[in-house]
Ligand binder design. Structure first.
Ligand SMILES: *Cc1c(COP(=O)(O)O)cnc(C)c1O
Length: 224
């Protein structure tokens, strides 16, 4: 099988020791790889592309918790609304409103994470720290009412770098945003998830307070 079982066990042990959750990022990988990891006990999987997610979900066991971690366009929310477990990359209020609408149509409450832009690269999506705080305050105060979503936390992609100091700065900035906002709590807002850390930086992310890591290539091999 093309799943690295040794890596899986080692990463899972570190994740559990930190009290965090491991999301196995299976984008561009075949259903057989997902099934192999499922058979080892993994239940949380992350995908980046809507059509791929929908096709895989239909072929795999129903107890998989599907995380959408890619950039999501509002007009595609409806395809995943019946089953998605957590939409991690919410980067606009417009998208949040659409998720609320589609969740309502499916008689569901959909959990979401707000994506925060912490990396230097201009290409990454997300709110800045002030924007995400302002949005959380509006939901927390009842100024923005979205009965069919629950904001569960924040997510970020750190810079693609081996500079540990830079990564530490970015993870620390995220933790500060997370903790500042974790205090506000209403029925639609309960910040308990800080999603950060990927194959290259997950150990550091766990050390800096991540509660959810998203690991792909270390588990499934490089993507082509
Ligand atoms: C692809 C992806 C990952 C996983 O990346 P790896 O480096 O393969 O572990 C994590 N998070 C997001 C948002 C991604 O797009």
């Amino acid at each position: 099988m093309s799943v690295n079982e040794q890596h899986y066990k080692a990463i899972l042990a570190k994740t559990k020791a930190a009290g965090a959750t491991l999301v196995a990022v299976s984008k561009l990988k075949p259903v057989s790889d997902i099934k192999a990891l499922y058979d080892l006990g993994q239940r949380d999987f992350g995908e980046n592309y809507v059509q791929e997610l929908v096709e895989k979900q239909a072929q795999l066991p129903p107890d998989i918790r599907w995380h959408f971690i890619g950039h999501l366009q509002s007009n595609k929310v409806k395809y995943m609304a019946p089953f998605v477990h957590l939409i991690q990359g919410v980067d606009s209020e417009k998208l949040l409103i659409e998720i609320d609408k589609q969740a309502g149509k499916n008689d569901r409450v959909i959990d979401c994470l707000l994506q925060v832009h912490i990396a230097q690269e201009e290409t990454k999506f997300g709110f800045d720290g002030a924007e995400v705080t302002a949005l959380i305050d509006r939901i927390g105060s009842g100024a923005l009412v979205l009965p069919n979503i629950q904001v569960k936390g924040v997510m970020a992609m750190a810079s693609f770098t081996e500079d540990a100091n830079k990564l530490k700065q970015e993870f620390t900035a995220m933790k500060t945003i997370f903790e500042r906002n974790a205090k506000s709590e209403t029925p639609n807002l309960k910040l308990e998830t800080l999603s950060m850390g990927m194959s290259g930086d997950y150990e550091l992310a766990l050390e800096y307070g991540s509660t959810m890591i998203r690991v792909g290539s270390l588990l499934f091999g490089a993507r082509t």
